[in-house]
Design a protein around this ligand. Sequence first.
Ligand code: 13P
Ligand code: SF4
Length: 328
Amino acid sequence: MVRMQVNQSVPLNEDVFDAIERVKNEKNAVILAHYYQDPDIQDLADHLGDSLKLAQLAQKSQADVILFCGVHFMAETAKILNPTRTVIIPDLNAGCSLADSCPAPMLKAYKAQHPDHMVVSYINCSAGVKALSDVICTSSNAEKIIGAIPEDKKILFTPDQHLGRYLMEKTGRDMKLWQGSCIVHEIFSEREILALKQKHPQADLIAHPECAQAILKHADHVGSTTSLLQYAAVTDTQELIVATEEGILHQMQKGAPNKTFIQAPTQEGCACNVCPHMRLNTLEKIYQALVTLEPAIEMEETLRLRAALPLERMLQITAGEDVDWSTP
Ligand code: 13P
Ligand code: SF4
C-alpha cells in the first residue's frame, strides 16, 4: 500500500510563529531553548537557559510534550529526567563534537583499567557515558560538584579537557582528563584576541570554560553561559569581547542594550564560533516536530535508570543536599 505523504509544512496563509504557537497549545507542549539557538528560536521559546537550568526545567515540566531546541544530549537528558513526557528535538542530527569525543565503549574500557577512579562527566555526553559516570556536572555547577567528591577518591573527568584543566586550577584537585573538546570553543585565536584587545583597551574579555587555556588566561571573567550573561549585565565596562558561541550575543544585547559586544575572533575569515549542530534547528523543523511529535527521544529503561543516577546526584548537590555515593 502506498502511504499518502502528508504535507507538514507551515500553512501558506499562516505566519510561522503563529503556527508554532497554535500547534504548541494543541499539543500542550513547552519549548525549551539554549542560548546558542538562533535569535528567532530564543524569542519564541517558553524558557531559555544554560544546560543546568534547562535540565532542571525539563525534570519538573508538567507539559505533555517537551520540545528541546538545543542538541541531542540536552533532549536526551530531559527524557532521562522526565521519562513520562514525550521529548522531541527539531533535528535528530543536532549532535555535539564534545559528546562525540567520548564514545561509551572507550570509557567502559578505560574504567575497566582504572577501577579506582570516580567518573565525573560534563553533561555534554551521551546517555551511555552518563550511565558509566558517578556524577554529572555542567559549567554552572562544576566546581561545586568536584568539591562534593570525597577527598580520598581519584577522579577521571570526561569529556572536556579544557573545562577539566580549568577545574583543576580552580579547585586544586588533581584529575585525569579525557582529551575531548568542543569545535566551537577551541577555535578562538589567542593572537587575534590580543590584537583586538589592543584596539579596545577598555574592553573586558569574557570566556566560556570550554575555551583553551591560551584564551582563558587572558579572560577577565570565565563562566557558564548564564554566568557570562550576568557578568555582561552588571559590569561597569561598556565593551566586552565574548569568547563563546555567537548565539549568546542576542541575550547579552537585550540585557545591556547600551553596551557593545564583540564576538571574539577565530582564525581570519572563519565563522567557526557558530555551533553547526545547534544551528540545525529551524522554525520550519520546530513546526514539523510539534505536528508529528517526531523525532522523539527514546531509550531502553535500564540505560535510562543508570543514566538518571549521576544526573540526580548532580541536581542534589546543586540544591545543597547530601548524596549517597554507595550505589554503583
Ligand atoms: P552551558 O549551557 O552550561 O553554559 O554550556 C554551554 C554548552 O556547551 C552547550 O553546548
Ligand atoms: Fe557541543 Fe560545542 Fe556545540 Fe556546545 S557549542 S553543542 S559543546 S559542539
